[in-house]
Design a protein around this ligand. Structure first.
Ligand code: HEM
Length: 505
């Protein structure tokens, strides 16, 4: 077919210069679903964002076409200026070309993260952090001020951050002075992650108007990114040095330390150096570490925040989960915490269906002209998969806007066995799919499930001031990830028999 007979996906009329940028809004996943519906584009919607051609997939069929049928053509990430600065110029580790180096490093890194989660090597880390979370909530709940109201969001963020910090850079058995240093370090990591999120989620003129990239120098976005990068580097350099010193010391007291992510990368560096041309440089290691912090903390935190919100809003689901977890835990507490609960898994899935923490996944870029579902997509097009819209697709889900974990149980409309997280079921893609699927999926799920199980099992939860469950504010904060707009504040009531048990422990 000739150039002029190529069929293009439907597109809303744009404005001169900015194109459709003004239509994307503060909550792009919601605005883009509405735009797709209004322009008869249930599968693929074409946009122009400034100077950049873009494509949005809004249905399971479109998600499958992009991430299964044509995965190879959409396996790269677009270039973002702030990301380039923040990631040691190694943007390609996460965000860019399909070079061999990138494939290699990512494969190694993925293998590590998944194996660490699967072998449960990191469960002691999570269990320590869950214990700290439960303790913090108990203290807050029983303190005289505030009437037992707990800032659940803050507590959950601390937990998610703690798990990643420990898993990435260690800190198993620490003296009290070391522990203090660790707490300070966690705070610093948190600050740096938040600034990264602000920078990456922010609007950078050069990302949409490549010919106006110089404008970012004027707006200060570049300088801000450099400043944050230098702070990251100082901290990560310290972490890597400490690990190197420990490795040289041969483990010191001879005790088997828990192996963390830095250890694994340093070991890889030692063995991979001889590989033809490939070297896991120090900058590459620090860049990977930074990715792990940034990608792992916010996502797990957001999933936990919404899971607790939905359970409080839906008391029947909360009670069902409490019954299941408390029954399991009663005879032998230790076993109760780790044996999987089907309803817990269903609650987590239902939460991720309604509230995917990264609702548009991470942007991809079309690497060569491709025909997708009969439409022409040009090389260089920036591609978004609206996982949020896909999860609420009325053709795939009954009562799609309702929180009903039962839908994921066997015998219901969609069974547990049918919809997994592995990217084979395109009506449910909170972790993406294909070559760019989230490598931290198992790690993230374990982090979310362990904390949620304890919070639901050990406490009863209510809204402050006797408000009805339906009154809970469920709005999302603007940005590329979707935490709650207002922090989740709940009354936590420790349940009796667990109290006693906790005291003995
Ligand atoms: C509930 C928790 C999590 C959710 C919902 C989540 C979601 C996602 C999504 C949607 C993507 C983009 C996938 C795509 O574009 O197809 C992604 C990428 C990524 N995630 Fe996760 N994630 C979670 C936890 C984690 C954790 C714990 C880690 C690391 C420890 C991690 C590391 C990464 C990395 C490195 C990438 C980039 C992969 C690439 O570009 O090739 N994630 N994640």
């Amino acid at each position: 077919a000739g150039r002029n007979t190529r069929r293009l996906p439907p597109s809303p009329r744009g404005l001169p210069l900015i194109g459709n940028l003004h239509q994307v809004g503060a909550l792009p996943h919601r605005a883009l679903r509405a735009l797709a519906a209004a322009h008869g584009a249930p599968d693929l919607l074409r946009l122009r964002l400034g100077q950049v051609p873009a494509l949005v997939a809004s249905s399971p069929a479109a998600a499958a076409a992009l991430m299964r049928e044509h995965d190879g053509a959409f396996a790269t990430r677009p270039y973002f200026r702030t990301a380039e600065i923040l990631t040691y110029g190694f943007q390609d580790l996460v965000f860019a070309p399909h070079g061999e180096h990138w494939r290699h490093v990512r494969r190694l890194c993925t293998a590590h993260v998944l194996s660490a989660a699967r072998s449960h090597r990191l469960n002691p880390v999570r269990e320590r952090e869950v214990a700290a979370l439960v303790l913090a909530i108990r203290e807050r709940a029983s303190s005289s001020g505030g009437g037992g109201v707990v800032d659940v969001s803050k507590a959950l963020y601390g937990y998610a951050n703690g798990v990643i910090c420990r898993a990435v850079s260690g800190g198993g058995r620490l003296s009290s002075r070391e522990r203090e240093e660790e707490v300070r370090r966690s705070e610093l990591f948190r600050e740096l992650i938040e600034e990264n999120t602000a920078l990456l989620g922010g609007f950078c003129v050069g990302d949409y108007f490549p010919s106006l990239a110089w404008a970012d120098a004027l707006s200060g976005a570049g300088a801000r990114a450099w400043r944050n990068f230098r702070r990251w580097d100082e901290l990560l350099e310290k972490v890597v040095r400490e690990h190197e010193a420990r490795r040289r010391g041969g483990g010191g007291d001879g005790e088997q330390e828990e192996e963390d992510f830095v250890d694994v990368l340093l070991a890889l560096q030692a063995t991979e150096k001889r590989d033809d041309g490939f070297e896991l440089t120090r900058d590459a290691i620090k860049s990977l570490l930074e990715d792990m912090f940034a990608a792992g903390t916010e996502t797990s935190f957001i999933a936990l925040e919404w899971a607790m919100s939905e359970l409080v809003r839906n008391p029947a689901a909360m009670q069902k989960l409490q019954r299941e977890l408390r029954r399991r835990a009663a005879p032998a507490d230790a076993a109760g915490a780790t044996t999987p609960s089907t309803y817990l898994r269903a609650v987590v899935k239902e939460t991720l269906r309604l509230h995917p923490p990264v609702p548009l996944l991470l942007p991809r870029e079309c690497m060569r002209d491709t025909t997708v579902l009969g439409f022409h997509v040009a090389r260089g097009t920036r591609v978004f998969v609206n996982a949020w819209a896909v999860g609420r697709d009325p053709a795939s889900w009954s009562a799609p806007e309702e929180f009903r974990p039962e839908r994921f149980l066997a015998g219901e409309d969609i069974s547990e066995e049918e919809v997994d997280f592995l990217g084979a079921h395109f009506q449910f893609v909170p972790f993406g799919a294909g070559r760019r699927v989230c490598p931290g999926m198992q790690f993230g799920l374990a982090t979310v499930e362990l904390a949620l199980a304890s919070l639901v099992r050990l406490f009863d939860w209510e809204l402050p001031g006797g408000a009805a469950p339906g009154e809970l504010d469920m709005e999302e904060a603007p940005g590329l990830t979707t935490p709650r707009r207002v922090p989740l504040r709940l009354v936590a009531k420790p349940i009796g028999w667990e109290w006693e048990e906790g005291k003995q422990a």
